[in-house]
Design a protein around this ligand. Structure first.
Ligand SMILES: [Zn+2]
Length: 231
């Protein structure tokens, strides 16, 4: 019997999901939610990585976050494209695990793989609700898709729509990122990322009166019930 996920985070490369919303993943795992990560590619080649290293590191990061599932698809790193074939590959995972919430890259980014991933996820969300397809799984339409607050664009002043309190899980996020030794420890160029992640989360947390937060973009209106507001 396959599990039904509450949240599925989809990134182009291993570590994208953790950078974008590792705190939110850890936060909702602590609250008993079912959370998975889908990587479109194995992320190789990179300057200090190998296919084996990246898979081992992704497994270690998954254990830090207590993920329910992690799947790596076979799309080609650096050349990911929004094709019908790739849309169907992601849609099959959505149909199989039936998440209520999808989280992926924002549309604005320098990295073509990230932009393609954004497009593929939106197309796959739509594909997943179609009946009379060749899929072996029943149709499923995730209720929400959100885009995390991370890209290769610097100082973009991205407009965020809501923030998630990750004060209880900022250290899990940092620990998950440190599991990607070939990317953030061996590659000295990226050592500053741990400081940046904390500074950004601290800045966002301050906006809502908590210690640390992660931000998200929401493409559709969200219903707000005043009875659920914290006063
Ligand atoms: Zn990436």
């Amino acid at each position: 019997m396959d599990i039904n996920l509450d949240i599925l985070v989809i990134g182009a490369h291993p570590d994208d999901a953790e950078i974008g919303c590792g705190g939110t993943i850890a936060h909702y795992k602590k609250r008993g939610k079912k959370v998975g990560i889908l990587d479109l590619s194995n992320g190789e080649p990179t300057p200090f990585g190998t296919v084996e290293k990246r898979l081992t590191e992704a497994k270690a990061a998954s254990e830090v976050l207590h993920l329910d599932i992690r799947i790596t698809l076979d799309m080609t790193n650096r050349y990911i494209e929004n094709t019908v074939e790739n849309r169907k590959k992601v849609s099959e995972v959505i149909r199989k695990y039936k998440p209520n919430v999808l989280i992926t890259h924002p549309s604005d980014d320098w990295h073509p793989d990230h932009i393609a991933c954004h497009q593929i996820v939106n197309a796959a969300k739509f594909q997943s609700k179609l009946t009379k397809t060749e899929s072996k799984y029943s149709e499923h339409y995730p209720k929400y898709v959100f885009y995390f607050d991370h890209s290769h664009l610097k100082d973009k002043n991205r407009k965020l729509d809501f923030l998630v309190d990750i004060s209880d899980s900022i250290e899990d996020k940092i620990a998950a990122l440190k599991a990607y030794k070939s990317q953030f420890v061996d590659n000295k160029k990226h050592l500053r990322i741990f400081d940046y992640i904390k500074e950004r989360a601290g800045f966002l947390g301050y906006q809502i009166g908590v210690k640390y937060a992660e931000g998200f973009i929401n493409p559709e209106y969200l219903m707000l019930d005043f009875e659920n507001l914290k006063f």
